[in-house]
Design a protein around this ligand. Sequence first.
Ligand code: BG6
Length: 487
Amino acid sequence: MQTDSSFTFVLFGGTGDLSMRKILPALFEAHRAGGMLADSGKIVAVARHVADRGEYLQWVDEHVKPHASKNGVDEAAWTSFLARIELVKIDLGNPEDFAQLRDAIQDMPGIRVFYLATGPSLFVPICHALAAVGLNHNARIVLEKPLGYDLKSSNAINDAVGEIFAEEQIYRIDHYLGKEPVQNLLALRFGNALFEPLWRREWVESIQITIAEELGVEARGDFYDNTGALRDMVQNHLLQLLAIVAMEPPHSMDSDSVRDEKLRVLRALKPIDPHEIGKVAVRGQYHSGVIRGNAVPAYATEHGVKPDSSTETFVALKVEIENWRWAGVPFFLRTGKRLADRVAEIVVNFRAVPHSALGASALRAGANRLVIRLQPNETIRLYCLAKQPGEGMNLASVYLDLAFDRFFREAQMEAYQRLLLDVINGRLALFVRRDEQEAAWRWVEPILNEWKASTKLPKPYAAGTWGPAAASAMLAQHGTCWLEEEN
Ligand code: BG6
């Protein structure tokens, strides 16, 4: 893809973890690939604790390069990438300093992108300071999650940012929307007539969406302990995946058609009845355990975590969608840290045949299912029953397998690369609109409130397992189980 969309990409938090691991490596990859970034495009890092541009480039060399290319860095491309980078040294807490930023970038070309890779408490002050020096025109602003702590605080940020930037200028990142397999889910659903007639309550018994991680809270104990899995993963990534799985076919792939359809799903989520929370929501917290042969400590002993913390590191939910397509179909969502495996997948369990002439196994739930594995190793498998070779009519489970690396030789594009290119090129479809974000907060809030008020602690689970037993019991009540429990 050739582009001539010139840009000035201003990166607030230029020495932060996100810049180091994700944003600068993604920009480098787009630069290296050639033709994706306009030659005249500039990257302006905003940082305070580096002496000058030379020192910053040295930092980039030492810290960003190791994350920059999986298969070694092309040195010529790296040198020309560094040449794009400028540094502006200002104190973000001091609005007067923003005049220096304005002076530094005023003659730079193209659209201005302000990427706020900072703590959320700086979002509003930065926007005000940008507006005060007239930098909110010909500009786009990118906001990282978490955007707020609940509906009220998210509204406060959105109101304040919205006074300075129009909604079409605001790019709210949910990096799951930039993942290749999530794009592929849209292709699967809306590029094939095959699935559409089956994608509804008449044929689907239940749907599971899991994002499981082996990692714990790493160096983010402090942040995580004030956040928890519901805010960190469910309010955004899991509800966005749910919306994509459940949405109606959009009229086109333009930004508002897709986002309108996702919004309809989010607004149709059956509100959680506070009295029923024990039946539809399970929260857990990991204790010490063993993952792939290595002993790992309990959450409560992680750096930055309060020893008596009641923060959840695991959530499982039963969600219902109140519309004609999905009424009565349970969607089971699950996410957790320090689980047995790192896997993100969507499992669509179809109903069993209404009558079996071939014995009881054909009536088994899950005989027909579609498993969409998002990561690692993207695959889509359609499970069916087939006759086992030999005498008699014995059925066994087999699958049609779509393994993308067998069909496509091209490397997958990293989520951040796709999303940053979309910001530079003004494509909003993969960013979360304010009304979607509000609907998601509104839906999770009763759970947050109930858990906050509850004297019950999250259920313990050993690191390296699949979470508390209560998460399995919740599915058992519906005559089903999590996918890994079948094997
Ligand atoms: C982030 C969460 O949004 O997503 C992290 O804050 C989590 O806690 C991460 O680890 C998972 O993303 P991925 O792409 O590694 O599945």
